[in-house]
Design a protein around this ligand. Structure first.
Ligand SMILES: Cc1cc2nc3c(=O)[nH]c(=O)nc-3n(C[C@H](O)[C@H](O)[C@H](O)COP(=O)(O)OP(=O)(O)OC[C@H]3O[C@@H](n4cnc5c(N)ncnc54)[C@H](O)[C@@H]3O)c2cc1C
Length: 405
């Protein structure tokens, strides 16, 4: 908890992947930096996610180029294609214990249309220097033991991590490098006075020359306008107790993190203890979501019939920040105040990489033209409430349909 007045060169608000990565880079450069985190490291999306350390964004490389223009699009595709390297390098360099595996992720095709979609994606990635592979039905089954999938895109640039452990490790590395970390310390207000930013917290004031807001979908109290630049979408997960050896033969024997091509996608992954973790779009705790457990039981029965009945020990949900074009936003809010948000469901590698990149920009190591994305002012997503309702209602209706058919 920050008490009294403190002066730093840079203040970082938010202690997820983005804020911790930025703080680490800034502290390593000898900058006086402090992180304000309202709750604890990883409280936001960083501690709740599936753990897929993916390369690139959800949208295809060509769509990235259409969304932000050819020059930035090409640069961004290259930057995010390499971003998992940075994650695994940081894990090694700072000895972060987070069950890191780099055996490739599998994007599973659930239909002929899904198959065409992964073929197109693979073509676009490989045309830009990537080397992802397409697996046929038998090869996909061998790695997953999942029924009903027609093939998969195997991306060896990617892998899995235990996301909360990775986030804790990144924050600890920032602390070791000299960053001051204040958890349980929300930024309650921010004002520019006499050339400095004054950030009010419950028991103190942080005064900084420059500020990076790294709060993504979990932003509270400060700069409400940022909220209008993305649509919150829930993603929920459920985990079983560790499966036994026999059951594990029938669930992801290749131990790859997976998700599928459905519009309301499903993800399956296991962890170091051998739990089955299933995920999908929607808020598991919403009043309109009573069917989640029955839905999950049915999906497991149909997809991994060899496992037999399972129990669910953990359920959790998190908020994703979907930007209007599904490309992150780098906002220049003026007078040395910046924000990064709108990761649109891809934040482990992008958050780590953009955190570092914004730190390099703040340090003056790169100029704004060299950033992988242009700095912009805030633009609100049109009909944002309606878009939010569409995501949630659409996911609930799809689950109901899955359950009754
Ligand atoms: C359920 C789920 C599954 C996902 N799966 C994947 C995946 O498999 N792979 C992948 O790459 N990405 C995934 N994502 C996306 C990824 O988790 C996010 O993009 C990423 O965590 C964003 O990191 P961040 O540091 O920018 O924000 P966050 O991790 O959300 O951190 C923001 C922090 O800011 C703090 N904060 C907010 N307001 C204030 C304030 N006023 N003062 C101080 N602190 C404040 C919050 O407490 C929070 O800890 C998933 C997201 C969710 C929700």
């Amino acid at each position: 908890m920050l008490k009294g007045e403190m002066r730093v060169d840079v203040a970082v608000i938010g202690g997820g992947f983005t804020g911790s990565s930025a703080a680490l880079r800034l502290a390593q450069a000898g900058t006086k930096v402090a992180v304000l985190e309202a709750e604890y490291s990883g409280f936001g999306g960083s501690g709740r996610n599936v753990g897929l350390t993916n390369a690139g964004l959800w949208i295809n490389p060509e769509d990235v180029e259409k969304a932000v223009g050819k020059r930035h699009g090409e640069r961004l595709n290259e930057f995010l294609g390499k971003a998992p390297d940075l994650v695994y390098e940081l894990i090694e360099e700072h000895d972060i214990e987070c069950d890191a595996l780099r055996n490739g992720t599998l994007h599973l095709a659930h239909s002929e249309k899904g198959l065409q979609a992964i073929e197109e994606r693979a073509w676009q990635i490989n045309a830009r220097g990537g080397s992802v592979m397409l697996l046929d039905k038998a090869e996909t089954y061998k790695l997953t033991a999942a029924e009903n999938y027609l093939g998969a895109l195997h991306d060896m640039r990617a892998g899995t991590i235990q996301p909360l452990d990775y986030c804790h490790g990144l924050m600890e590395a920032a602390k070791q490098a000299g960053a001051d970390i204040y958890t349980g310390t929300p930024a309650l207000g921010i004002r520019h006075k006499r050339n400095k930013w004054h950030i009010k917290t419950p028991t103190g004031i942080l005064i900084a020359d420059r500020v990076l807001i790294a709060t993504n979908a979990y932003i509270e109290h400060i700069y409400p306008l940022i909220k209008s630049s993305f649509t919150p979408m829930h993603y929920c997960q459920m985990a079983t107790p560790p499966l036994n050896e026999e059951q594990l033969k029938h669930f992801l024997p290749g131990r790859n993190g997976t998700w599928d091509t459905r519009m309301v996608m499903r993800s399956f992954r296991t962890d170091a203890a051998g739990r089955l973790i299933i995920g999908t779009i929607g808020n598991i705790f919403a009043d309109s979501a009573p069917l989640f457990t029955s839905w999950a039981n049915k999906i497991v029965r149909e997809t991994f019939p060899g496992i037999g009945p399972v129990e669910w020990t953990y359920k959790w949900s998190g908020r994703i920040a979907c930007s209007e074009n599904y490309v992150p936003n780098l906002h220049d809010l003026g007078r040395g105040l910046y924000s990064v948000s709108g990761f649109s469901g891809r934040g482990i590698a992008p958050g780590t990489a953009f955190g570092r990149e914004m730190a390099d920009f703040i340090l003056g190591r790169i100029n704004s033209r060299d950033l992988p994305l242009p700095l912009s002012t805030i633009k609100s997503v049109p009909l944002n409430k309606l878009r939010e309702l569409f995501y949630e209602t659409g996911s609930q209706i799809t689950r109901l349909y899955d359950y009754i058919t």
